[in-house]
Design a protein around this ligand. Structure first.
Ligand code: FES
Length: 170
């Protein structure tokens, strides 16, 4: 990471600490902000947060490793979580999972080389009567069939393309 990137991250973490507080209760919201912005919580970020909220860095590490939505490795722009709990399992989640592995050309726990998609297993996401269910970032997909996987992936790419163009001011 360039020094300027670090300085920017440090400024942002300080701003979040001002917003959420400089105590232990601010730990989770600050980590979530860092994860959302940088798609992971780096060693540097965790150290900085530990200093700001006055706890040991090991404790910050412990929190990050406990929660599956916090990661130390960068995740894709789209995190695809496939429910592997019983109802979705019985509804055919394996065939959907296999299609995702084939189409994205990665295994579960991996991120595509272009940084676009991360594939993960999830526990029940509350759509048990409409499985197989997926969660892509915060959007739920229910009754997913292998045939729909290609379109879902393309929908994500198109959404990202629109966001990227908007950021560039087109
Ligand atoms: S079992 Fe898959 S959403 Fe509940």
């Amino acid at each position: 990471m360039l020094v300027t990137d670090r300085e920017r991250l440090k400024e942002e973490i300080h701003a979040w600490a001002d917003q959420y507080g400089h105590s232990r209760t601010a730990l989770m919201p600050i980590l979530q902000e860092v994860q959302a912005r940088y798609r992971h919580c780096s060693e540097y970020a965790m150290q900085e947060i530990a200093d700001l909220v006055g706890i040991h860095p090991v404790e910050v590490h412990g929190v990050v490793s406990f929660y599956s939505f916090l990661t130390t490795e960068p995740q894709g722009k789209f995190v695809v979580r496939v429910c592997q709990t019983m109802s979705c399992d019985m509804a055919g989640k394996d065939r959907v999972a296999l299609q995702l592995v084939n189409d994205l050309d990665i295994d579960f726990g991996e991120t595509t080389p272009d940084g676009m998609f991360t594939l993960e297993w999830a526990s029940c996401i509350g759509m048990c009567d409409q499985g197989p269910a997926l969660l892509i970032n915060d959007k739920v997909y229910s009754k997913v069939t292998p045939n729909q996987v290609h379109d879902i992936i393309e929908e994500c790419r198109a959404t990202y393309g629109v966001h990227a163009l908007q950021k560039e001011g087109h």
